[in-house]
Design a protein around this ligand. Structure first.
Ligand code: DGT
Ligand code: CA
Ligand code: CA
Length: 562
């Protein structure tokens, strides 16, 4: 068994479930669940931390759990866990993945002969479980849970979800009973991939709004209540809508923005202050008085904290920062003054250099870099002539540059002389993704230490929903970037969003400076910049961390000297 973080988290949840069924100590059960959450969300592998004797850096991993994890990694099992789980059928544990199915239901289902989630779904659809005495209501709830689970595994790109949501928002805004519409959930937090789209409407007439929403063109109805509904678009995308009175709308905004982890932490904190918070308002527990919050700020003010930007709400320290009033002043799209990674018809771009320059001018940029691939076929001389001509016709500074491949044997695919003649070069890995961590790290270091390489493009090589990142020793890479002044790119292309947000935060802590670029192959791609900025915001970046927020002179001062 390969003890990945996911596998360890799963095991801890199983132990928590078994404890619960045995009527175990509540605090102990919560401790296991919290540890499972922390491990699942940890950006470092538990196995690596274990090797370095650093398990205690994960919140919620105390002395006892450290001992158990030690036993698990060295022997492959934990005697204590096995004794806790003893007597419970193995088949019940996977059923716990279904939202809404707890340990007691899972056990009862297995006792009713269910062997897997697929089996469960089939037996409900064929009404077999119902004929065994399970109520229709419970069966419907389980089916919905299974749907949610499938949806969770079936995610879409942020930009795709955003385009769809904007269309539905426009449709909703046409109705007279709609005061205001908001996009919430993971889409508001700008997570790289989105499960389903969550919308909220402020209105005094929820019924009219719901009736209108379920008639959204090209959709079928999944579920309808008084103030809520779910529809499925013909492309399979699920849309949840909640309607609330304007006087309590702030509470709904706060709740439905999430993340779940953020909300759970906030609720614990509210409890300590004698409040109970829900999507309907903040209740004083002693008197049962409900304080209605019309804005999200009202909710956070009651809890004596600033409002964290949605992108930060992942329970990774933002709540403490909001309490201490030390939230960073996150970077904004309007801070961006240039785009330093784009392609033209001189390599694999779809538009001419002149067209790309014009489009960048329209965005109001002060400087850009033309970074066509350093293909052997690229006519550098002719491209240079065209760049010189374009420079005469614009006030924008145009950097002449290349995107250079770092080959599988760790060389740069352009000569030192060629690179030296350019103003700005970015290097990237495009082949040999499955090499060892050591080899891949070395390849990146070759580029980072090269005097004519100014930035590393799409550093992890991941393609969202398609290809995982390759295996690299990031700490070594980040330290080398900080030392040499090599910039790390946040690539804004919607299926990259690379460097990923969690690594952005680590890199920033090690003193790395960033660039946010679109990697545009067409002028329309230049507009993806907003998604790159979202990644930066999720990585807690301020404008000063990103060099293409600087004016031209300051930018030049931050770029590595050849
Ligand atoms: P997604 O759709 O998988 O990309 O992620 P979200 O964050 O949009 O999650 P979703 O659609 O299941 O729920 C929307 C929001 O509702 C979520 O961000 C926070 C809130 N929420 C959902 N489930 C829970 C829960 O069990 N507890 C709390 N406190 N909040 C929840
Ligand atoms: Ca969602
Ligand atoms: Ca949802």
């Amino acid at each position: 068994m390969d003890w990945t973080n996911k596998a360890i988290a799963r095991l801890l949840r199983e132990v928590a479930a078994a404890h619960l069924l045995k009527g175990g100590n509540r605090f102990q059960i919560v401790a296991y669940e919290n540890a499972a959450d922390a491990i699942e969300h940890s950006t470092s592998e538990v196995k690596d931390l274990w090797e370095q004797k650093l398990l205690n850096v994960i919140p919620g991993i105390g002395e006892k759990l450290t001992e158990y994890l030690d036993e698990l990694i060295t022997t492959g099992h934990v005697k204590h866990f096995e004794s806790v789980k003893h007597g419970f059928p193995e088949e019940m544990f996977p059923l716990l993945d279904i939202p809404g199915v707890g340990p007691k239901t899972a056990l009862k289902l297995v006792e009713a002969g269910i062997s897997s989630i697929i089996d469960l779904e089939r037996r409900i659809q064929q009404e077999k479980l119902q004929s065994q005495g399970w109520s229709n209501k419970v069966c419907a709830k389980i089916l919905r849970g299974i749907q949610t689970l499938k949806r969770r595994e079936n995610r879409m790109l942020l930009s795709f979800a955003n385009d769809i949501a904007v269309g539905i928002v426009e449709y909703l805004q046409k109705h007279s009973a709609v005061n205001r519409v908001d996009i919430l959930g993971s889409l508001r937090r700008r997570v790289a991939t989105v499960g389903d789209i969550d919308l909220a409407v402020a209105s005094e007439k929820p019924k009219a709004v719901i009736d209108y929403f379920v008639k959204t063109p090209h959709s079928t109805l999944e579920e309808q209540g008084e103030k809520t509904a779910t529809i499925i678009l013909s492309n399979g995308v699920h849309i949840d809508l909640m309607v609330e009175d304007p006087r309590s709308y702030g509470s709904l905004l706060q709740y439905l923005t999430g993340s779940k982890q953020h909300n759970i932490h906030l609720r614990t904190l509210a409890g300590d202050k004698g409040y109970s918070i829900s999507e309907l308002g903040v209740k004083k527990v002693k008197t049962n008085e409900v304080i209605k919050c019309s804005t999200e700020d009202d909710v956070y003010h009651l809890l004596k904290m600033e409002t964290p930007p949605p992108e930060m709400r992942e329970d990774t320290g933002e709540i403490g920062a909001a309490q201490n009033r030390t939230l960073p002043n996150l970077l904004r799209l309007s801070d961006i003054k240039g785009d330093l990674h784009m392609h033209t018809t001189w390599s694999d771009g779809r538009e001419s250099l002149t067209a790309m320059v014009k489009a960048c001018e329209q965005l109001g940029y002060g400087y850009i870099a033309m970074t066509d691939h350093a293909y052997p076929s690229l006519d550098l001389h002719a491209r240079h002539e065209e760049i010189e001509k374009a420079r005469k016709e614009t006030k924008m500074h145009i950097l002449e540059g290349l995107e250079v491949n770092i080959t599988a044997d760790g060389k740069l695919q352009a000569s030192n002389d060629v690179l030296k003649n350019m103003d700005f070069n970015i290097a990237a890995i495009h082949t040999g993704f499955d090499q060892s961590r050591e080899t891949l790290t070395k390849r990146l270091l070759v580029a980072i230490h090269h005097p004519s390489i100014h930035a590393i493009a799409h550093p992890t090589g991941r393609l969202l929903l398609e290809r995982e990142s390759y295996d690299v020793d990031w700490e070594t890479v980040f330290r080398a970037c900080a030392k040499t002044g090599t910039l790390l790119e946040i690539n804004a292309y919607p299926n990259r969003l690379d460097l990923p947000d969690t690594l952005v935060r680590q890199a920033k802590d090690l003193g790395v400076l960033f660039l946010i670029n679109t990697d545009a192959h067409h002028s329309s791609h230049l507009l993806h910049m907003e998604y790159g900025v979202s990644v930066g915001r999720r990585g807690w970046l301020e404008a000063k961390d990103v060099v293409n927020t600087l004016n031209w002179a300051a930018f030049c001062g931050k770029v590595k000297k050849q």
